[in-house]
Design a protein around this ligand. Structure first.
Ligand code: ADP
Length: 608
């Protein structure tokens, strides 16, 4: 329901008031004009009437030289003439004596007391004059009009004819007319107020509607539609309002989409973003930035940017950022707590190109740098690994080519060394190629359900001879008739087992013992190969899966190792959703545990 505030200052009441005022002024002017005209009309008609009628009387006085001498004659003339006449008639001599009157009480009395002297004087001066006055009667005042007409010629005025007429009825008529007029005016004003109210309503209701809807819009409710009822200015206003609402709604939803898009981007951005205003307060920091700088939302509200950043790098305080970025964006790198951060920042401006603050992007590049270092190490390692056999091959072939070696046995020995080194290079390149295939996930896997026990038996058979040559005892703990089914690429897992078993043989002294076990544990299969060999020092243990890592480089190389075996094994096992762990004690022995999911646990999709 529409709530219209009824204020006296509202437009509706203003319109009503203006209408009222206009009609009031117009009717008052008309009223005053009509009334004055009416009054003048009455007086004129009295004047004209009297002027006409007194002419005969004045004519009858023409023959008298002296009025006093004919007093009786004049009196009887007046009395007879004034029968049926309402006015009082007086004939006043030039010495102010009332010579005759139809009111016989006043005859021969002085006119000074009874009549208006000023107009008598005018009359005696030869002018026709009149004046209104009040006649005091016993209990009321009677409005009268007094008129004088000179008797005699201009050069010899003998006296005046004085007429007094009661104006009560005239004023009563005028008053009544006034009363009727005021009544009419009151009715007109009443109608004006009602009509004004209705007209104002037809204007203000749609305006109020628009105002009310605009108010709701200001509060964020954009569902408001104003109904367009007319095609006049107000209708246009309503139409424009609806258009405005639509446009605003559209623009706002576009803005809010953009905002939420931006917010999502900022939220999930791996880089930290911080916006600082000119007073040095953080106005925005995304989740990544908060984690990197170890700050909470509360810190952002309470702490100054400088207070937070100073801990990390003194060069990043607000004033320095502003100073450095005066010619554009700046990139920098700093170290903190073992991590490396790349930072980029620039000033951001408002629509008038005025500085608003600084935006800073923080990137934790520790991992990237590690990776870059690893890549560099890798290239160095590969080059080194290849260089050693190549140098050996080169020196032996050069010796042979020189023709210095002439006995068959030494030649054969040299050729054997060259062959071994070539084999080593071959192995190394093969391993590197396999690693690269694993890295780029180009290795083809032919996974099918297989019994791990039979695979293990087959692999053990392959290394049995090597172990025997070192007088080592291969101890089978597992039940040979058992079936442990897993979905695996047989060649891949065989390569892993061969690598782990040959490591166990390689790094265990003669006469040592190697325990081989296979079991099911929950949803997993476990293969455990434990030796009592030389073991791995604790500080090196975490690095055994790194590429080219070897505890004792010379020893490993001497045994034909490339340092890539465990790295490849780990990747193969991970491709099978399993894990490989290594436990060791220097001088005591090493235990490798390979875990693979059992086939029934992973479904039978790829099973033959
Ligand atoms: P390598 O070709 O040198 O054997 P691996 O990646 O297979 O390379 O092994 C990495 C290193 O881990 C070896 O050089 C060796 O020092 C150590 N290592 C692996 N297995 C054993 C083990 N059973 N006993 C002692 N050390 C081992």
């Amino acid at each position: 329901m529409m709530i219209v505030k009824k204020r006296w200052s509202s437009m509706r009441w203003k319109i009503v008031f203006i209408y009222f005022l206009l009609v009031f002024i117009a009717t008052t002017i008309i009223g005053v004009f009509i009334m004055s005209q009416l009054e003048a009309h009455y007086k004129n008609s009295i004047r004209d009437n009297n002027s006409d009628t007194v002419q005969t009387l004045l004519a009858s006085f023409q023959g008298y030289e002296n009025l006093k001498n004919h007093q009786e004659e004049i009196q009887s003339n007046i009395v007879s003439w004034s029968k049926g006449v309402q006015q009082e008639i007086f004939v006043v001599d030039d010495d102010f004596t009332i010579l005759a009157s139809n009111n016989e009480n006043h005859v021969l009395k002085s006119a000074v007391e009874l009549l208006d002297q000023s107009i008598i004087l005018s009359g005696l001066g030869g002018d026709i004059d009149e004046a209104e006055g009040i006649l005091k009667a016993q209990n009321k005042d009677i409005p009268v009009i007094n008129m004088v007409f000179p008797i005699g010629d201009e050069d010899q005025i003998k006296g005046v004819l004085y007429l007094r007429e009661d104006m009560t009825s005239v004023y009563e008529t005028i008053d009544q007319s006034k009363f009727i007029f005021v009544q009419a005016m009151a009715i007109a004003l009443l109608i004006t107020v009602v009509l004004g109210f209705l007209i104002a309503r037809s204007i203000t209701v749609p305006i109020n509607d628009v105002t009310e809807k605009a108010e709701k819009m200001a509060q964020g409710d954009f569902s408001q539609e104003v109904s367009v009822k007319s095609d006049d200015e107000i209708g246009r206003l309503a139409e424009m309002f609806n258009l405005l609402r639509k446009q605003l709604n559209l623009t706002l939803s576009e803005i809010s989409n953009e905002k939420s898009k931006l917010e999502t981007i900022l939220k999930y951005m791996a880089d930290g973003l911080i916006a600082v205003n000119l007073s040095g307060h953080i106005i925005h920091a995304n989740a990544a930035a908060m984690t990197m700088l170890n700050i909470t939302g509360e810190d952002m509200d309470k702490k100054h940017y400088d207070e937070i950043i100073r801990v990390y790098n003194e060069n990043l305080i607000f004033e320095k950022l502003r100073e450095n970025s005066k010619d554009g964006g700046v990139a920098d790198v700093f170290l903190y707590g073992g991590s490396t951060f790349a930072v980029r920042y620039d000033r951001f401006k408002d629509e008038n190109a005025q500085d608003v603050g600084i935006i800073m992007i923080l990137q934790d590049i520790t991992e990237r740098q590690k990776l870059e270092n690893m890549q560099m190490d890798f290239v160095a390692n590969v080059s080194h690994e290849l260089k050693t056999p190549l140098t050996t091959i080169k020196s032996y072939t050069e010796t042979l080519l020189c023709g210095q070696v002439d006995d068959q046995e030494t030649t054969m020995q040299f050729l054997d060394i060259i062959d071994t080194e070539a084999d080593r290079m071959n192995r190394l390149v093969k391993d590197l190629l396999q690693l690269s295939r694993l890295d780029y996930q180009q290795e083809k896997w032919y996974k099918k359900e297989s019994n791990l026990i039979s695979l293990l038996k087959a692999v053990v058979t392959k290394v049995e001879l090597t172990a025997k040559n070192k007088n080592q005892h291969l101890n089978y703990i597992f039940d040979e008739n058992q079936r442990i089914l897993t979905v695996i690429d047989k060649d891949g897992i065989e390569q892993v087992l061969l690598n782990v078993l040959s490591n166990a043989i390689k790094y265990t002294q003669e006469g040592g013992r190697i325990d081989i076990d296979a079991l099911q544990s929950g949803k997993d299969a476990q293969l455990i190969i434990a030796d009592n060999g030389i073991g791995i020092p604790e500080k090196e243990l975490s690095r055994v899966f790194e590429r080219f890592f070897r505890v004792d480089k010379a020893r490993s190389r001497g045994m034909g190792g490339t340092g890539l075996g465990l790295a490849i094994s780990k990747q193969i096992i991970e491709e099978h959703h399993g894990s490989i762990e290594i436990e060791s004690k220097e001088g005591k022995g090493t235990k490798v545990i390979i875990t693979l999911p059992l086939s029934h646990a992973r479904g039978r999709k790829n099973i033959e």
